[in-house]
Design a protein around this ligand. Structure first.
Ligand SMILES: NC(=O)c1ccc[n+]([C@@H]2O[C@H](COP(=O)([O-])OP(=O)(O)OC[C@H]3O[C@@H](n4cnc5c(N)ncnc54)[C@H](O)[C@@H]3O)[C@@H](O)[C@H]2O)c1
Length: 402
């Protein structure tokens, strides 16, 4: 299978390139190295060192015995996207190339507008470019469970059937996103759904939970994917694990009762692979909720503490005032049957995976210690953090991987 990965330099993109290549897929992809620049803007960097793209490509060739075709450029440039897809003519396009952080989008008006432009325009370009260059390819688009928000109802997979004034219809489940970033994903979902209806595109929209894990390559460091710990780009469990290995208190926000779906990186790869192996039909817009288990933030912190204690780490928990505007006590019961029906079985249990992450990070304690000031959140969702003149980084992003 020929797979084109938009956002191939990112946390999931690079992991997926490796994973699919290991199964014999022919991989190509595009990136503009924005993630490297955003994390730097947050005063941080990947605590697992990552190689510049030329070295990644070199290591990929040595490992898999063939090239990964890499296109450096901006998904917001329509011609760039169209020409890359026309060149490759992939069987599937995996679209991961977006700004993925809720806090980053909440910094100020510039970061909010940048996030909307980057994500919504980039996705529209991918849709139109697929229509022009590879209309029969399957679009696998990464959305997020955060699109649904925390309604006081069970959450279905994308659609639900409603009776209203004596009539019945199956409609998209209402989205109640909780950050400007999450709203961009809602807008994307609507646009992808419409393109399926309009042009017969086959698309899977993955509502993914929070991913955690190191994904280290056992023998080749240049193949490692990134691992971030800052307030914007470090996801909850990844931050907790990094805190645990340096003896920093784990810092859940607020009461810690917020419930979310989580999954290990290996399971994210397994689920995306299943979706690729079982594409939807022509014109079908398929929504899959992708997570392994639902936990509250406090339950996760307790799990990290328990696993850390078994490894001889002295782990404490020190809740911080919640910088976000969100419900802390809420109903949360999302479905996730679609991927199971396709054959998904968890690759590991959460405790085992947490143990692996703690072991992996122990070798990178020095990098975490150097950056521990980035654990403290100062992006307040209901207040301006920076003067309006501060611009999001983007222009010098292309230099970051050279
Ligand atoms: N990591 C998670 O826990 C998680 C959870 C739910 C959903 N997702 C979604 O999965 C996708 C990938 O997430 P990730 O954690 O790998 O993020 P990431 O930031 O590591 O990867 C995104 C990649 O896309 C690139 N990119 C962004 N905009 C671009 C543009 N305009 N042109 C070219 N390249 C561009 C970035 O440089 C980066 O390498 C995102 O859409 C994210 O919203 C991630």
């Amino acid at each position: 299978m020929k797979v084109f990965i938009a956002g191939i330099d990112g946390y999931l993109g690079w992991s997926l390139a490796r994973h699919l290549a290991g199964r014999g897929a022919d991989i190509s992809g595009a990136d503009r190295f924005l993630r490297r620049a955003w994390v730097e803007e947050m005063g941080s960097g990947s605590v697992v060192p990552i190689a510049p793209m030329p070295e990644r490509l070199d290591a990929f060739r040595s490992r898999f015995g063939r090239d990964l075709r890499f296109f450096e450029g901006d998904l917001c440039d329509y011609r760039f996207v169209r020409d890359a897809l026309a060149d490759v003519r992939p069987d599937a396009v995996v679209h991961l190339g977006e700004m993925p952080s809720a806090p980053y989008s909440m910094i100020d008006v510039d970061h909010c507008v940048f996030t909307h432009q980057n994500n919504v325009i980039g996705t529209l370009n991918v849709l139109y470019a697929m229509r022009e260059a590879c209309p029969d390819a399957h679009l696998l688009k990464l959305g997020t469970m955060g699109e649904y928000g925390t309604p006081n109802l069970d959450i279905p997979e994308g659609f639900f059937t409603v009776d209203y004034r004596g009539r019945t219809d199956t409609l998209p489940f209402p989205r109640q996103a909780g950050s400007w970033y999450h709203w961009t994903k809602v807008h994307d979902s609507n646009n992808v759904m419409f393109a399926c209806r309009l042009w017969g595109l086959a698309a899977t929209d993955i509502m993914q939970g929070v991913v955690f894990g190191t994904g280290l390559d056992p023998t080749e460091a240049r193949l490692n994917t990134r691992f971030d710990i800052d307030q914007a780009f470090g996801t909850t469990i990844n931050r907790f694990c990094a805190q645990a290995v340096i003896g920093h208190a784990l810092t859940p926000y607020g009461s810690g009762h917020q419930r979310r779906g989580f999954l290990p990186l290996a399971d994210s790869m397994a689920c995306l692979t299943l979706a690729l192996d079982h594409p939807p039909g022509e014109g079908e817009y398929r929504v899959l909720n992708q997570f392994q288990e639902v936990y509250s933030v406090t339950e996760l912190a307790e799990k990290v503490r328990a696993v850390g204690n078994r490894k001889g780490l002295d782990v404490t928990i020190q809740p911080l005032e919640n910088p976000r505007v969100e419900r802390e006590d809420h109903h949360y019961n999302p479905d996730h049957q679609g991927l199971r029906d396709l054959g998904y079985e968890p690759t590991t249990d959460v405790e085992t995976e947490l143990g692996r992450v703690l072991d992996d990070l122990t070798d990178h304690r020095g990098e975490i210690l150097k950056r521990q000031s980035v654990f403290v959140p100062d992006i307040r969702w209901n207040a301006a953090r920076r003067p309006v003149s501060a611009q999001p980084v983007a222009d010098d992003a292309m230099d970051k991987s050279r």
